[in-house]
Design a protein around this ligand. Structure first.
Ligand SMILES: [Zn+2]
Length: 190
């Protein structure tokens, strides 16, 4: 494609934006102008979408902080443990509420993760119950403490890892849903 200068009539290759002879800039056709405008609009829309996404991320974090799930100030070891339990309770309440609300808020991915969590925790739970029921707990501890501890920890870790994941996702889903609905403050704190 080539274009003809409107000032002097010289023909130029498409790559040139202005006339080399008289310096007049290339007249842009209506179609070209429209496509350029479209490009600019698309760019603006992209920037706006990025801004909105960023704002949403900030709002989600703010919601989670306000809810007391993830306070900005870190606590000591026991404080953090208490918060983890608080998060578990809150997440589980949300899970139950979601179940009760029916298909409207269905999150089968999260439901599956909760099931995994229950199963993962059933193993250390069963181990502990078995030991307590048989009364061999202290005996075993005394004879082979290290192995005993290892087995229990080994069973406990998948439970904790799954729990951490499911709690994180459930709380995030709740915060995102709340932000989407325009709620910012949390009426109820467990
Ligand atoms: Zn020219």
């Amino acid at each position: 494609m080539s274009w003809r200068c409107s000032g002097c009539g010289e023909t130029h290759d498409d790559a040139f934006r202005s006339c080399w002879q008289c310096g007049a800039s290339r007249a842009i056709s209506a179609g070209e102008r429209a496509s350029e405008e479209q490009e600019l609009e698309a760019e603006a829309a992209e920037v706006a979408a990025e801004d909105a996404e960023q704002q949403r991320t900030v709002a989600v974090a703010a919601y989670q902080e306000e809810a007391g799930w993830y306070p900005a100030v870190r606590a000591d070891k026991w404080g953090e443990a208490a918060r983890a339990i608080h998060r578990l309770v809150a997440a589980h309440r949300l899970y139950r509420e979601r179940q009760d609300s029916g298909a409207r808020n269905a999150r089968p991915d999260l439901d599956r993760l909760w099931t995994q969590f229950y199963l993962a925790c059933a193993i250390p739970g069963g181990l502990v119950l078995g030991e307590v029921a048989r009364g061999s707990w202290l005996e075993r501890w005394a004879t082979n403490g290290a192995l005993f501890t290892l087995v229990h920890l080994g069973a406990l870790i998948p439970c904790m890892v799954t729990g951490r994941r499911v709690v994180g996702r459930e709380l995030r889903a709740a915060a995102e849903a709340a932000v989407m609905q325009g709620q910012r403050s949390v009426p109820r704190v467990t």
